[in-house]
Write a protein that binds this ligand. Structure first.
Ligand SMILES: [Zn+2]
Length: 688
């Protein structure tokens, strides 16, 4: 199931990594034995290295070659790296928490009852299989009963509240020009494939994907009870609607430019744009608080929706809605649905060989649906006040470096520098977990109703989101759950956020020297901070408003310098003959380059006061770069590499390393590289 909340984040949050796609439930009956305590993931790992490689020739292989040879992608994953190892360790901790919480015990706290019973209901595979397609019935009946295009609006509203993403997305977000006010957004959406390009590109692979998608839809319709011939024509009807929506959708790269999504208008203006869709009725049906203006991110998309409503017969619309009900609910249904859903999305598109065992999928779903309940025992077990203090100290050191960096930046005039310093001074940070936990007491969770539990949790979350409209923005809220191995910058709030899940080895290790910690978590902190000043973040001011604070001269220089980064990464090959999209990944690459530099500056400042001798035969500077590189050791299936090249704004691990070190004379000095060696870029790029 997809939370409405997810829709928000692709607009507001800039994360450190895109995590693997949400798994989708099925088979293995028995819970495998798990180790009593999963060991920590080692930081600065000498055995991960391949010292036969010259660091100036291929620094990634030098730092990660040993690890890569020993760590092929496990069959139930599509990518396997240090992030994933840590995520797996966190999952073991959560597994243990949930196993204990699931044991029936009248003395359980309210929080443990929610997560324990949700998890228990999810683990009840035989019940899911006995129910088969039955849990779909209420939703499918409602779709079948639609008698007119006007009536369709109520069902679309109902489905969106259940987490079924149909036709477009509706969510709250800070007003782009007044970031403390939450307003309504309507946005493109309603596709079943991961990107618009899959519908529109002419190459052989895209054509194959469309053929496979048609087959997949047909199978799912058959599982829902339709005859093969009917299912086949239904699949074609869905493809035709989604292709029309894809044509009017803005592509990912264009969506990176904030002003492209900035179209505030009155509700009357929206209605004039798409008179065939009764938006006032829709807003009333989702129980939105009253409002008179909203942001229409992609007006062209809604013109197309309008045309489609008129042109497509009602029967085809009902087929489209029917498809999305089956599609979104597949992960919580019987194994036949789960397996077919896995086969197309995770296996064919994602390159994952095997479905994850049920307990892993259930841990993930509990985190998705009740994340701030599950986060409470997780934080109690893993994260203390001390962890918060240590991280805060590093954040302050990195912020100080950014201040120094701005002062000495050779290309920026004084006027813009002062405004950048002002923005930097307004950055807030959140570390570990929320001060106030979300209250799930209104969500009824019972042991024997997995689908019902999930739908109630989805409805609760949708209502919570919709209720934010026309209210002040709550900056204390978190966009990631505490066990998440990730971090993010929120441009409209101008804050950096570090969940407890990432504040441990190999990112932060209390037993290691500062060079190692600055290389890993320090670079992560610097990365998030730099997002405030990347191609997109730099368009917002310190309050989070979209406002141009750049002089024309500095802006031209900024475009030139980010253009250098875009060109650099466009040369990297993702898989076969597919290159990275340098513009899609520009924000992340800018953040990587800036982040490592800021963290390096912090280390150097500290070493000046307190010099450190080599450890394990490496200088502190060498340890810094090796530690940074080792965070990105990973193996990826070719299918996953292709999927990410098309959809992920982050570069693959090897280029997050090579792209950065090639731009840094500090790296070349640390490893004594000659100017003609591969890890030395002739025209090094530098933005920050
Ligand atoms: Zn990032």
């Amino acid at each position: 199931m997809r939370n409405v909340v997810l829709a928000i984040f692709f607009l507001t949050m800039v994360s450190l990594v895109a995590l693997a796609q949400a798994p989708s439930p099925s088979t293995p009956a028995a819970v495998p034995p798990k180790p009593a305590a999963t060991p920590a993931v080692p930081s600065f790992d000498l055995t991960a290295m391949d010292k036969t490689i010259d660091p100036c020739v291929d620094f990634y292989k030098y730092a990660c070659g040993g690890w890569m040879a020993k760590n092929p992608v496990p069959p139930d994953q599509a990518r396997w790296g240090r992030f994933d190892e840590l995520q797996e360790r966190n999952r073991d901790i959560l597994h243990d928490i949930l196993d204990k919480a699931a044991a029936p015990n009248p003395k359980r706290s309210a929080v443990l009852q929610k997560i324990g019973d949700y998890y228990a209901s999810c683990m009840d595979e035989s019940r899911a299989n006995a129910l088969g397609a039955k849990p779909l019935e209420p939703e499918l009946k409602q779709v079948a009963a639609i008698a007119s295009k006007q009536e369709m609006i109520n069902t679309i509203a109902h489905l969106q509240l259940q987490g079924v993403s149909v036709l477009f997305n509706f969510y709250p977000r800070p007003d782009l020009h007044s970031a403390s006010d939450m307003i309504a957004f309507v946005d493109q959406g309603g596709l079943g494939l991961p990107d618009r390009d899959y519908y529109l590109k002419d190459d052989a692979k895209s054509a194959e994907t469309r053929a496979k998608y048609l087959e997949h839809m047909q199978k799912m319709f058959e599982l829902a009870g339709d005859k093969p011939e009917q299912a086949s024509s239904e699949a074609k009807a869905v493809m035709s609607i989604e292709t029309a929506l894809a044509k009017a959708s803005m592509d990912r790269t264009e969506r990176r430019v904030p002003k492209n999504l900035d179209h505030k208008m009155t509700t009357q203006e929206l209605q004039a744009l798409a008179p065939n869709f009764d938006f006032p009725q829709f807003f009333s049906e989702v129980n939105a608080p009253s409002f008179t203006a909203l942001n229409v991110t992609v007006p062209e998309f809604f013109k197309q929706v309008n045309a489609q409503i008129a042109d497509v017969p009602l029967a085809d619309w009902k087929t489209y809605l029917r498809w999305h009900v089956v599609h979104e609910m597949a992960p919580v249904l019987s194994n036949s649905f789960v397996d077919e859903n896995f086969r197309f999305y995770q296996q064919y598109l994602g390159g994952q060989k095997e479905l994850q065992p049920r307990w892993k999928r259930c841990v993930r779903l509990t985190d998705d649906e009740l994340g701030e309940a599950l986060g409470q025992p997780y934080v109690d077990q893993t994260f203390g006040v001390e962890g918060k203090q240590r991280t805060l100290k590093m954040v302050q050191a990195i912020e100080q470096s950014m201040g120094e960096d701005l002062k000495q930046l050779p290309w920026m005039t004084q006027t813009t520098k002062e405004r950048a310093e002002q923005k930097l001074g307004m950055v807030e940070n959140k570390i570990g977990y929320p001060d106030k936990w979300r209250d799930y007491s209104k969500v009824n969770i019972v042991r024997d109703d997995f689908v019902g539990n999930t739908l109630r949790a989805e409805n609760f979350e949708s209502a919570r989101q919709v209720n934010k409209i026309s209210k002040p923005v709550d900056k204390t809220e978190w966009g990631m759950t505490p066990p998440t191995v990730n971090a993010y910058y929120n441009p409209s709030q101008n804050n950096i956020n570090f969940p407890a899940g990432i504040l441990q080895p190999p990112f932060y290790d209390n037993n290691k020297d500062d060079a190692v910690n600055f290389g890993a978590i320090g670079s992560v902190i610097g990365h998030e901070l730099t997002h405030g000043f990347d191609d997109a973040g730099s368009r917002y001011d310190g309050k989070g408003d979209l406002r141009d604070w750049w002089t024309a001269e500095d802006n031209a220089e900024f475009q030139k310098r980010t253009g250098c980064v875009a060109d650099e990464y466009s040369q990297f090959v993702a898989v076969d003959d597919v290159h990275l999209n340098g513009k899609l990944t520009l924000g992340e690459n800018t953040a990587d380059n800036g982040g490592v530099r800021l963290s390096y500056m912090s280390l150097e400042r500290q070493l000046k006061e307190k010099p450190v001798s080599p450890i394990d035969g490496f200088t502190p500077e060498q340890r810094f770069f090796i530690s940074y590189a080792q965070v990105w050791c990973q193996n990826v299936t070719p299918e996953q590499s292709l999927l990410r090249a098309k959809t992920d704004p982050h570069s693959p691990g090897q280029y997050r390393v090579k792209g950065v070190v090639g731009n840094m004379p500090e790296f070349q000095q640390a490893f004594h590289c000659r100017p003609d060696q591969p890890m030395v870029r002739e025209n090094a790029c530098r933005v920050w």
